[in-house]
Design a protein around this ligand. Structure first.
Ligand code: COA
Length: 707
């Protein structure tokens, strides 16, 4: 069955409210009231078996009685009556049903919810909700919510998984004079999710910023693909709940969704160019700012201030939010000396000193605006005896407009008493980005730059890596025959070899003679390891011998290993002895690829040993990744300097690590029957000397398919 175009959800020509009530205290009444009061440009049909009139509109006893096709039907009847209502909607060829009613998966009633969605989809309908407060869409002026009647029109679209928070956000948007282009409550996300909504909101001309409150991700792979493209078009701000362990439990019980692990979520959102806000206030600040600000043309920012202290705080915040401060002292002096007193400073921050008047700011801002070297400005002021609201307010307004025209972002911050607060409030309501707290101002500029950088970056070039499919399949053959959910060490090694990942030379010997012969062929020193599916921890029982330098040592070790196994694990079936090249020591790296329950295939990298075990110093990305992204993952590690060489050591072979990361990722994607691949460790040598995957663990998907 084909699915309706998402445009009909946001721009329906006809809307039915099923469960429209005559009682003004009921949700079914409020929704009709909001639709009517907001001047919806389409036609609205209340539906209620009692018939009659609601707010002057004739009430249809059933949807069948409506004389035309319905694009959107809002369902506001008790949960137990929803399925039947959905059936009636399907019979009337409704395109979208919005189920306001609660009482489904959020309270464990998953079966009913699934039944409804399955029926709807079979009949070509899509479902928003259940458990939602509705939808607002500016284009047809449709307020189909039971939230506030007045929704300020504007350019920010909000998508929210929490209903109560969504209603509160409408109120907050109004209070902050942040206009909305849409607000959609996704509730239990039984069918329509954030990704579907982005299909409309990303190209929607009136939407400049999309703000998403998200608790759990269901189809992360699809979301990632969409977000990567969407963030190149417009800023996407996300507030993710459920970051802390307690928060995750609350979020899961709240919507029945599984919250993704915080680190994975944050890393993947960054990869997609999404701006992750720490709080609702931060998300609002960013959204409002980004909806009005122009994009910068370069990275260089200048702070203009009348107070040293606030300049220092702003400088620290710039470092934290990755805002680059322009530091060509000669040019800065040339630009700002004419309006800076001798006891001030033309080094960035430009300190106009406590005696600065609105006129000084005017001159400094004009100079910054005309300079080709400066791309954005933070204008800060602390209240002094010279502060005069009557001259500061027009100065700020004038400069804001002039900067917009000059395509240069500007953010203001003013700190002081009542008069300053009144001034900031008034200007904020006019849409001018001015904050009492300088850190908030810097964080907005930081968000803008994060978006700007993502847009300016070329799209990652994902190299196709192909594998010989038949050889890959052979590796899994005996695991499949034996019903194993993992590969044996030598199988895992063979898999890596086929993927072009360097592994130590090795062979499996079944006799003493073979063991010695293989050792000679491989070259000393060698390592011997027992091969047995019954012995998992080989070293613990003396099943491993290292540093064997000649044939005699190999023969002795062979005997010792078999003796140890017989003593400690007499019942173990021994398949042979693995003889492998003993690799010299180097920096240890761990590389893992697995299928995340929320995001699908993801890659992880970290330095081995204490770095990963104690410091949890790892980075993540959703697959596939480019070489540049793999390199960025390494640079994100706190322990990255170790790879660059510390205390006179040579730089490590970073290209080899990147290459193995890309190959492990491609391998996981190629082998649909693999759940998890982990190389631990990849021993990495000096630059140009390569590396070696010494140990690998490969887990298979239970009941999985062939690669
Ligand atoms: N077709 C059409 N109308 C129907 C109907 C049907 N099959 N079944 C009932 N109705 C009518 C009722 O007659 C009533 O109208 P009336 O007041 O004129 O008699 C109206 O629909 C509402 O039914 P009622 O039984 O009174 O329920 P309610 O209004 O108390 O509650 C819900 C209905 C959907 C609001 C409620 O069940 C619910 O789920 N509330 C939670 C909503 C929520 O919080 N959502 C998430 C927000 S984030």
């Amino acid at each position: 069955m084909s699915t309706p175009d998402i445009q009909f959800l946001f721009e329906p020509r006809t809307v039915a409210v099923i469960g429209a009530s005559h009682d003004p205290n009921k949700i079914g009444y409020k929704i009709v009231q909001n639709i009517v009061a907001n001047g919806y440009t389409g036609k609205v049909y209340p539906v209620n078996p009692k018939g009659g009139e609601i707010l002057g509109l004739a009430v249809a006893p059933t949807i069948r009685d409506i004389p035309e096709e319905i694009d959107v039907a809002l369902i506001v009847v008790p949960a137990k009556a929803v399925f039947e209502t959905v059936q009636q909607c399907a019979a009337h060829r409704v395109k979208f049903v919005l189920i306001i009613s609660s009482g489904f998966s959020e309270i464990g009633n998953l079966e009913e919810e699934r039944k409804i969605v399955a029926y709807a989809r079979e009949h070509g309908m899509r479902v928003l909700g259940p458990n939602i407060f509705g939808l607002y869409s500016v284009t047809p002026s449709l307020n189909a919510t039971f939230g506030p009647r007045e929704i300020p029109k504007g350019n920010v679209a909000i998508v929210t998984q929490s209903g109560a928070l969504g209603v509160a956000m409408i109120g907050k948007a109004a209070a902050e004079k942040m206009g909305l282009s849409a607000i959609v409550s996704v509730g239990n996300k039984s069918d329509i999710d954030e990704t579907d909504l982005l299909e409309y909101l990303v190209p929607h001309p009136q939407t400049r910023v999309i703000l998403i409150y998200i608790e759990g991700v269901k189809d992360g792979e699809r979301l990632v693909r969409t977000l990567k493209r969407a963030s190149r078009e417009k800023p996407i701000v996300v507030i993710k709940a459920g970051r802390s362990k307690r928060g995750a439990v609350a979020a899961a019980s709240h919507t029945g969704a599984l919250a993704g692990a915080a680190e994975v979520f944050d890393a993947i959102m960054r990869q997609c160019g999404v701006l992750c806000a720490e709080s609702i206030q931060e998300a609002f600040n960013w959204s409002k700012f980004l909806a009005t600000s122009v994009l910068p043309r370069g990275e260089e920012t200048v702070i203009i201030t009348n107070g040293g202290g606030i300049g220092v705080i702003a400088t620290d915040a710039c470092e934290r939010y990755s805002v680059t401060l322009y530091d060509d002292l000669q040019i800065l002096e040339k630009i700002f000396a004419p309006m800076t007193p001798e006891f001030g400073s033309t080094k960035n921050p430009i300190d106009l000193t406590g005696q600065a008047t609105a006129d000084h700011y005017d001159r400094a801002l004009e100079a910054a605006r005309h300079s080709e070297s400066i791309h954005s400005v933070l204008a800060l002021s602390c209240e002094t005896a010279l502060f005069d609201a009557a001259s500061f307010a027009p100065m700020i307004e004038r400069n804001f407009r002039a900067f917009q025209q000059a395509q240069k972002p500007i953010v203001f911050s003013a700190l002081g008493g009542e008069k300053v607060e009144q001034l900031t409030q008034k200007l904020r309501h006019q849409g001018i980005p001015i904050f009492p707290d300088v850190t908030e101002a810097v964080s907005c500029l930081g968000a803008l730059y994060q978006h700007y950088r993502y847009r300016s970056r070329p799209e990652p070039a994902i190299e196709p890596i192909s594998f010989e499919e038949r050889s890959l399949m052979k590796v899994f053959e005996s695991a499949r025959q034996q019903g194993r959910s993992f590969l044996l060490a030598q199988e895992a090694q063979q898999l890596l070899r086929l993927a072009g990942i360097p592994v130590p030379k090795s062979a499996i010997a079944r006799t003493l003679d073979d063991t010695v012969r293989y050792a000679q062929e491989i070259g000393y020193p060698v390592v011997l390891k027992v091969v047995s599916r019954d012995i998992l921890h080989k070293s613990d029982i003396g099943g491993v011998a290292l540093d064997l330098d000649n044939a005699q040592e190999v023969m002795d070790a062979y005997g010792a290993i078999l003796h140890n196994c017989r003593t400690h694990k007499p019942e173990a079936l021994i398949d042979g002895i693995e003889v492998s090249q003993q690799v010299p020591p180097g920096v240890q790296i761990i590389i893992g690829a697995r299928r995340d329950p929320s995001f699908g295939p993801i890659l992880m990298v970290g330095l081995g040993g204490i770095y990963v075990e104690v410091m949890k110093d790892v980075s993540f990305r959703a697959l596939p990744i480019s070489r540049q992204e793999a390199f960025d993952m390494l640079k994100e590690l706190k322990s990255y300097p170790v790879l660059l060489g510390v205390r006179g050591e040579e730089k490590r072979d970073i290209e080899t690590i990147v290459d193995v990361m890309v190959r492990v990722g491609a391998l996981l994607q190629a082998c649909k029957n693999v759940a998890d691949i982990e190389i631990n460790p990849l021993i990495v040598y000096e630059h140009g000397q390569g590396g070696m995957a010494v140990d690998a663990r490969v887990l298979l998907v239970q009941g999985g398919q062939e690669p």
